[in-house]
Design a protein around this ligand. Structure first.
Ligand SMILES: [Ca+2]
Length: 407
């Protein structure tokens, strides 16, 4: 592949092919160049500046922590517990292979290191309570040194006015299976017989195959892996059903909620810092495992996370909110329509995307297929709402205090 092609394909893997000439398409070309630079020397311009002190960087986080004092924690088992089962299933792998806060003994203090309330809802899905607050959304042009897409600018202050619960992990195959079993739901890829976009194992090229669906995406998955090959509409349907089951309002996160939750009090390019190398151990992204499986691909990270495709949810380090896989593993559908210029006119409090329908919905966080820079906190991807990809999944939000108390 020529320089830039892989990253370009990465960014649009889940979308309708042959879409050219849009404003954000040109943004991606800029992004691609930066990513290829990072592949060549392991750095990007923003990495060269002196890091902030941990104290100053974490002041917003400390404020958030204080906001949570006095709220009782809810002990819960690991993220691999499936949705809609009253009795959580056993982890797919020994607990020793998981992150420390995935140990089955949830009474141990080390199981809840963040201080943010954790709860388990119907079926065993774990949610973390995110407190309200303000944060800087998007990319700072001077900070990004021209590396970020224009659609991430201007960087601006956003206020999240209400607390919300968000999935500690991405929705798993097991979670989605329970939804399908209960409802007989067919995904867009199954119903339309279009399947999903994915990476052809023979050619290394992006392809669409009707046989690639959520239950068999073309690579091995267990019920503990994040579900993929689901469209925005499929994800919405799962949220709506979960709302009925839990008698609460479950939905996809807004783009602002997603970035606020991803940053977890940080203002760096990644929740792990500004250097791309800080993502090692904290994200399943495109790295040497992917390069070995697909030698024609470039732009991968220099480390080896041992995972070509998706990883069990929660296997990589959590952010300061205790959320896993906000960077990498699978791109996550958000509620919002996508518009490249939205930040020029978005409201400062609780933005929820353009009001008028657009051709695309927002996808955030990057995936197993993306180079580390494409997994950045401010990175904005987009995809048609009926399109499915082996790189895209979702996590849910439950609106706080939305539950209906039984009479
Ligand atoms: Ca990987």
């Amino acid at each position: 592949m020529k320089r830039g092609e892989w990253t370009h394909a990465v960014e649009r893997m889940g979308c309708v092919p042959a879409r050219h000439g849009t404003e954000h398409e040109s943004d991606r070309e800029t992004d691609a160049g930066v990513l290829m630079q990072s592949a060549a020397d392991g750095t990007r311009p923003g990495d060269q500046r002196a890091p902030e002190s941990g104290v100053s960087r974490n002041v917003p986080l400390l404020r958030l922590l204080l906001a949570c004092i006095g709220i009782l924690l809810t002990a819960a088992p690991g993220c691999e517990s499936p949705l809609f089962n009253r009795k959580p299933a056993a982890p797919a792998e020994p607990a020793t292979a998981l992150a420390p806060n995935h140990a089955p003994n949830s009474d141990a203090p080390e199981d809840r290191p963040t201080g943010f309330p954790l709860r388990t809802i119907e079926g065993g899905l774990q949610l973390v309570l995110i407190p309200p607050g303000e944060f800087l959304m998007g990319a700072d042009a001077s900070n990004a040194a021209g590396t970020a897409s224009s659609c991430e600018q201007p960087r601006h202050t956003v206020r999240i006015s209400r607390p919300f619960w968000i999935g500690r992990c991405e929705v798993t195959v097991g979670d989605f299976r329970r939804f399908v079993s209960a409802t007989g739901f067919q995904t867009d890829g199954e119903r339309l017989k279009t399947g999903s976009n994915g990476l052809d194992p023979q050619t290394g090229q992006v392809a669409r195959r009707p046989e690639w669906v959520w239950s068999d995406p073309g690579f091995p998955q267990t019920d503990a892996h994040p579900v993929v090959c689901v469209s925005w509409r499929d994800a919405e349907a799962c949220c709506q059903w979960l709302s009925q089951v839990t008698r609460s309002t479950c939905r996809l996160p807004t783009e602002a909620e997603w970035e606020y939750a991803c940053r977890a009090g940080t203002d760096t390019g990644l929740s792990t810092g500004d250097g791309l190398e800080s993502l090692e151990g904290a994200a399943n992204c495109g790295e040497q495992s992917l390069s070995r499986a697909f030698p024609t691909l470039s732009g991968a990270a220099p480390w080896d996370d041992g995972t070509v495709y998706t990883a069990e949810t929660g296997r990589f380090r959590a952010n300061a909110f205790g959320l896993h896989d906000m960077h990498g593993n699978v791109g996550e559908w958000c509620h919002d329509w996508y518009a490249a210029d939205y930040y020029n006119s978005s409201p400062s409090a609780d933005p929820a995307g353009p009001l008028s329908p657009q051709p695309w919905r927002v996808v955030r966080g990057g995936s197993w297929y993306n180079a580390p820079f494409s997994c950045r906190s401010s990175g904005r991807h987009d995809c048609g709402p009926t399109e499915a990809s082996t790189t895209n999944g979702f996590r849910i939000v439950m609106e706080a205090e939305s539950e209906v108390t039984p009479e």
